[in-house]
Design a protein around this ligand. Structure first.
Ligand SMILES: [Fe+2]
Ligand SMILES: [Fe+2]
Length: 183
């Protein structure tokens, strides 16, 4: 997939996360538009891609950005709440990944995921990120680490999608269900 991406070194850690936020927010909007008359296939493509994007994004935050932010800012509540919100999103993502596009509640689950992700993004951008910006945290060094990890996770996801299933003897498309827990 040839998405043109700005070199990560040009963005600091917060700019990188905000760019991810914009991408998923646009996807949730596109999905809502497709609910009125759009194809089921189009919707499920958005769901699959957005769940993968969110999985990578939350992992980068939890492995790299949040621990650094926790050390740098004094407000633990904002970090704890963000972590709990991630857990909620992961639960919905796992459910969606085990479902088929025509299933009951498939669209509703994705819409609700979008609502909670939008809420979470607002808290990060309006509360957490401004606090982190005021500290001496080296956001450029952090960005480099995050970009590296992101590339690694993205290649794992695209390579693992088919191969892992084969390895576990679950070749059929129906068994997509079980691909998510490894993340
Ligand atoms: Fe985020
Ligand atoms: Fe987050």
């Amino acid at each position: 997939m040839a998405t043109v991406r700005k070199p990560a070194a040009k963005m600091d850690a917060i700019a990188m996360l905000i760019a991810d936020h914009k991408k998923v927010q646009k996807a949730f909007k596109d999905f809502e538009k497709l609910k009125e008359g759009g194809s089921k296939r189009g919707r499920s493509d958005i769901v699959r891609q957005t769940c993968a994007d969110l999985t990578v994004h939350t992992m980068i935050e939890e492995e790299i950005f949040y621990p650094a932010a926790r050390k740098a800012i004094k407000d633990m509540d904002v970090m704890d709440e963000a972590t709990v919100e991630h857990a909620g999103a992961k639960e919905l993502i796992a459910q969606l990944e085990s479902m088929q596009p025509g299933d009951d509640l498939y669209d509703a689950k994705f819409t609700v995921l979008g609502e909670s992700v939008n809420h979470h993004i607002r808290e990060e951008q309006n509360e957490m990120f401004p606090k982190v910006r005021k500290t001496k945290l080296d956001l450029n060094a952090l960005a480099e680490q995050m970009a590296q990890r992101k590339a690694e996770l993205e290649s794992q996801i695209s390579a693992g999608d088919g191969a892992d299933r084969e390895k576990r003897g679950m070749g059929s498309a129906r068994s997509r269900a079980s691909t998510s827990p490894q993340y």
